[in-house]
Structures are given as structure tokens and as C-alpha cells.
Design a protein around this ligand. Structure first.
Ligand SMILES: C[S@@+](CC[C@H](N)C(=O)[O-])C[C@H]1O[C@@H](n2cnc3c(N)ncnc32)[C@H](O)[C@@H]1O
Length: 215
């Protein structure tokens, strides 16, 4: 079950919205341009949206402002209740990337920010295969998350975190499942997507994957 992080996020839900504005020095660079990253994800999305790992609902709120219909999925009870406080009219259900109650309509866009790294690479492949099956014919996946060009880039950023004495960040980077662009590209292409990657800050990339016609 891909929900090993619930205790962490239940605890973090109280202060998460302060972290994203840069109050935690260790995570300042991770959340640099946070609003612009969410705006870009919203801009690339279309139609009926299923959002995973909604957290406190910051991306969900952008979708609402842009007139989209959203169905949210979030495993942490603490995060779900913060999001529901902000957005009482949005369905936000308990679930995760791999196990979730199906929405009534087929999604046009499956989206997520700062969350896909909670799955191992094997689980990521399983999730993308399932998303390919449930998306509408011309559907797409739009994610933003920390990923690296290659393993050397990941090791360099871990080294820098340790040099800065950012212990929490270094442990996070070493223990969660931050992957590389070649690994993700292969997963998307094997599942019939054409994918592009755009760097948004030192950690986060925008991942825009469109279903190829006929797949
Ligand atoms: C860093 S927060 C990001 C929240 C929000 N998307 C944002 O951009 O601010 C990560 C979120 O992913 C959720 N999460 C953790 N594991 C998950 C999983 N396996 N499936 C879906 N969401 C997960 C956490 O509960 C948390 O709400």
C-alpha cells in the first residue's frame, strides 16, 4: 500500500501552507516559484480533472478559479480536512495513486504536484499504466515534482544539502523515491504517452504527458 507517509503529512498539514511560502529555509528552494508552478500545471490541464495528493488544496483552488471541475484524492486525513475547510464544495476522497474510488466520469487530465515521488519506480509504472486505461481517449497527465536529470545530479544536490547542514532535506532526498527523467520518460512512453519535461526550479520539473493517438 502506497500510503507510508500519512503520519508525516497529518503532522505537516497544520504548517504546510507556511512551508510553501518559503518559511522553512531547508525547503525554500524546493518551493521556489510555487504559485507559478501550480499556475503552469493548471494552464496545461483541460476538461474534467482528477488530482492526486491534493494536500491543503492549493492546486485544486487554482482549478476552481479557472472554472474546472475537479475530483480530489488524498490519503492523509489531516490534509483532507485542511483542503475541505478551504474548498467545501469539491469532492476530496480518501485514496492514493494506486487505490482510489473511481470518479463517475472518465478524466481528461490526471494531475498532481509535489506528490508522485511517494511511489517507488515500480509503483509509478503501475500507476501510469492504470491512468492510461482510465483517461479519455485524448487525455493527458500533468505533474510537477522533484526529479533529476540523472543520478549524478541527484547525488550532487544531496551533497549540497549536507554541506548546508540541511539534514531533513538530505534525509528526505535519500529516503523518498525521487527519480530521474530517463526512468520517467521510459514509463510514460511504454504506456503510450508522448512526454516533455520543463525545469521550474532547482528541484521541480513540469511533466506534460499526452496520450498518443491510437494508443
Ligand atoms: C508535499 S504535499 C503536496 C500537496 C499539494 N499537491 C501541493 O502541491 O501543495 C504531498 C501530498 O501527497 C500526499 N501523498 C503521499 N503519498 C501519496 C500517495 N501514495 N498517493 C497520493 N498522494 C500521496 C500527501 O498526503 C500530501 O498531501
Amino acid at each position: 500500500m502506497a500510503r507510508n507517509f500519512n503520519d508525516l503529512f497529518d503532522a505537516w498539514s497544520e504548517t504546510y501552507d507556511q512551508t510553501v511560502v518559503g518559511t522553512d529555509i531547508e525547503y525554500k528552494e524546493v518551493f521556489a516559484y510555487y504559485e507559478q508552478i501550480l499556475d503552469e500545471v493548471a494552464k496545461k490541464s483541460k476538461g474534467y480533472i482528477v488530482e492526486f495528493g491534493v494536500g491543503t488544496g492549493n492546486l485544486t483552488e487554482k482549478f476552481l478559479k479557472n472554472g474546472f471541475d475537479v475530483y480530489g484524492v488524498e490519503p492523509s486525513e489531516g490534509m483532507r480536512s485542511r483542503a475541505k475547510e478551504k474548498l467545501p464544495n469539491v469532492p476530496i476522497v480518501e485514496g492514493d495513486f494506486l487505490e482510489f474510488p473511481m470518479p463517475e466520469k472518465k478524466p481528461d487530465t490526471i494531475t498532481s504536484t509535489y506528490a508522485f515521488h511517494h511511489l517507488t519506480d515500480e509503483e509509478k509504472a503501475k500507476a501510469i499504466a492504470h491512468f492510461s486505461d482510465i483517461l479519455n481517449e485524448s487525455g493527458k497527465i500533468v505533474f510537477a515534482d522533484t526529479i533529476f536529470i540523472d543520478d549524478a545530479a541527484k547525488q550532487a544536490i544531496i551533497k549540497e544539502a549536507l554541506q548546508n547542514n540541511y539534514q531533513r532535506l538530505a534525509v528526505d532526498l535519500q529516503t523518498e523515491y525521487y527519480t530521474t527523467i530517463p526512468v520517467l520518460k521510459k514509463i510514460f512512453e511504454e504506456n503510450g504517452f508522448q512526454v516533455t519535461f520543463k525545469q521550474m526550479n532547482a528541484f521541480v520539473w513540469l511533466i506534460n504527458a499526452e496520450k498518443r493517438r491510437g494508443d
